[in-house]
Design a protein around this ligand. Structure first.
Ligand SMILES: C[S@@+](CC[C@H](N)C(=O)[O-])C[C@H]1O[C@@H](n2cnc3c(N)ncnc32)[C@H](O)[C@@H]1O
Length: 159
């Protein structure tokens, strides 16, 4: 589990304030973030409403072992109807889901994978998936190779 409690203190209130329906996480690892934000959606809207399919967490993971482990944790937590763990490179899978009409908007985008491809993945989401008020959260952006992400995210919610 890779998130410090301090990050939880920022992210859970963010869900309560923004009231997102669709949350996208790029970089699942073993699913800590997905479980945390899936649980926050259930707390906000109630399980029945979330499971109607309007609200969802999509958690993208390119490593097959991590994808399998995070899927198991989602199942163990009883959040299968709330969180979809999607195996594969996020840019490819997000494009596929968009083309299939399964991902039509992103209210909260959380970039927590490989900082060198933050911009590449942000640009996929920017293509018609962000709406007014969408919020982008990116971990580790203090590194110099992430500088570009600030420029491309200008104008979208908060970073
Ligand atoms: C820092 S960990 C994510 C931690 C996770 N968000 C959590 O809640 O604990 C980064 C993960 O991103 C995955 N990853 C890196 N590049 C990716 C990409 N292009 N698409 C999908 N997953 C990626 C890695 O395999 C790794 O599991």
């Amino acid at each position: 589990m890779t998130l410090a409690p301090a990050k939880r203190e920022v992210l859970v209130p963010l869900i309560a304030e923004q009231r997102p329906k669709i949350v996208v996480i790029v970089g699942a690892y073993v699913g800590y973030f997905a479980l945390m934000l899936g649980g926050a959606l259930v707390a906000l809207y109630g399980r029945e409403n979330v499971e109607l399919g309007e609200c969802k967490v999509f958690s993208f993971e390119k490593d097959p072992m991590c994808a399998a482990v995070s899927s198991s944790f989602v199942e163990l937590a009883g959040l299968k109807g709330v969180i979809d763990v999607v195996f594969g490179k996020a840019a490819v899978q997000m494009r596929r889901l968009k083309e299939e009409g399964k991902l039509e908007r992103v209210d909260v985008l959380l970039l927590d994978h490989c900082e060198k491809v933050y911009v590449e993945n942000f640009k996929v989401v920017e293509l018609g998936l962000l709406t007014e008020g969408s919020v982008i959260v990116a971990d580790n952006v203090v590194y110099s190779w992430c500088a570009g992400v600030f420029g491309v995210c200008e104008g979208w919610g908060g970073l």
